[in-house]
Design a binder for this molecule. Structure first.
Ligand SMILES: Cc1ncc(C[n+]2csc(CCOP(=O)(O)OP(=O)(O)O)c2C)c(N)n1
Ligand SMILES: [Mg+2]
Length: 325
């Protein structure tokens, strides 16, 4: 698990990235058609981080995510039909259709929660890490957050306590250079998130988040040390979202960033180029993986359409003792 990823692991990661991409592109369409509800943040272009990190975790490792959570949920093992049904507000969804995009939870697979509160997930990961230690388990907690969350006070508080108590937590920052519509340079002088935590002397690294193998290798090394009880680590993944901040964002603030350049760095296309060059991917494989992912998504959309919306009784049952199981 520690070294560079094997061809099988790379292939599995590519399959997963296609499933995330296909589902999110469809979610964008469903949002425009009024079939997906609430504010929707897609991670198109950032799938490499979710795949490389979650591809190395166990079900009993806890994952926390934020408002851009769909990819993390799929990567951690949440069933695609249940994620899609949740986004469509149906009872077959992960949270019976009552949570939606920013509240995805799948306890069975260790997805302990997405949240719309930027930075609010970071201290929660410390709780899971502390619980694992108290149980005598070597499970770890991983928290995904953006570069914007680093300016929230809880980030500093959490790094402080996690390092002081040597908690088994990996902080994974997806630094896409923007917090909503503000470039990083407009809200901090510290360019690298890995530099923000320097005084705490925890293992910290910045990697190209669009190169799956780099994220995999560095995260794998950190994970092994964190699991072995050596205390927390921080991984900063430089990446880029290829869509607006939210679906419907007019996207008029990215003049400084060349979209074409980032399109070239698309993590899926890069991994496919690498697979072809290294010989673990045959010529027809990318099209096959993409088609399989899109077919899985089509089927999940049809299943979700057949699933009812939650009724009032279900919502009411949540506020009574002995409510939703
Ligand atoms: C506590 C809090 N403050 C502000 C917001 C509004 N908000 C939603 S997303 C976002 C930007 C987050 O940027 P980043 O953490 O870099 O994540 P990204 O959207 O780039 O993935 C903000 C400020 C919020 N949801 N919660
Ligand atoms: Mg950001």
């Amino acid at each position: 698990m520690n070294g560079t990823p094997s061809p099988e692991q790379l292939r599995d990661a590519l399959r997963l990235m296609w499933r995330i991409r296909a589902m999110e592109e469809r979610v964008g369409q469903l949002k425009r058609a009024g079939e997906v509800h609430g504010l929707i943040h897609l991670s198109v272009g950032q799938e490499g981080v979710a795949a490389a990190v979650c591809g190395q975790l166990r079900d009993d490792d806890a994952v926390y995510s934020g408002h851009r959570a769909h990819g993390h949920a799929l990567a951690k093992g949440a069933p695609l039909p249940a994620v899609l049904a949740e986004l469509m507000g149906r009872v077959d969804g992960l949270c019976k259709g009552l949570g939606g995009s920013m509240h995805l939870v799948d306890v069975e697979h260790g997805l302990l929660g997405a949240t719309g509160v930027v930075g609010g997930n970071i201290p929660m990961a410390l709780g899971s890490a502390l619980a694992a230690r108290m149980r005598g388990s070597d499970a770890v907690a991983v928290v995904f957050f953006g570069d914007g969350a680093v300016q929230a006070g809880q980030f500093n508080e959490s790094i402080n306590i996690a390092t002081l108590w040597k908690l088994p937590v990996v902080f994974v920052c997806e630094n896409n250079g923007f917090a909503e519509f503000s470039p990083r340079s407009s809200h901090t002088n510290v360019e690298r998130v890995s530099d923000v935590v320097a005084p705490y002397e925890l293992p910290r690294e910045t990697v190209d988040g669009n190169e799956l193998a780099s994220v995999w290798t560095v995260f794998g090394r950190m994970l092994a040390a964190v699991r072995a009880g050596e205390g927390p680590a921080l991984l900063e993944c430089l990446t880029h979202r290829l869509r607006g901040h939210y679906e419907g964002d007019p996207d008029r603030y990215r003049e400084a960033v060349s979209k074409a350049e980032w399109q070239e760095k698309d993590p899926i296309l890069r991994l496919q180029r690498q697979g072809a060059a290294d010989g673990w991917l045959a010529e027809g494989d990318p099209a096959e993986l993409e088609a399989a992912a899109r077919a899985e998504v089509d089927e999940a959309v049809e299943a979700a359409r057949r699933s009812p919306f939650p009724d009032e009784a279900l919502a009411a049952s949540l506020v009574r003792p002995g409510g939703m199981s």
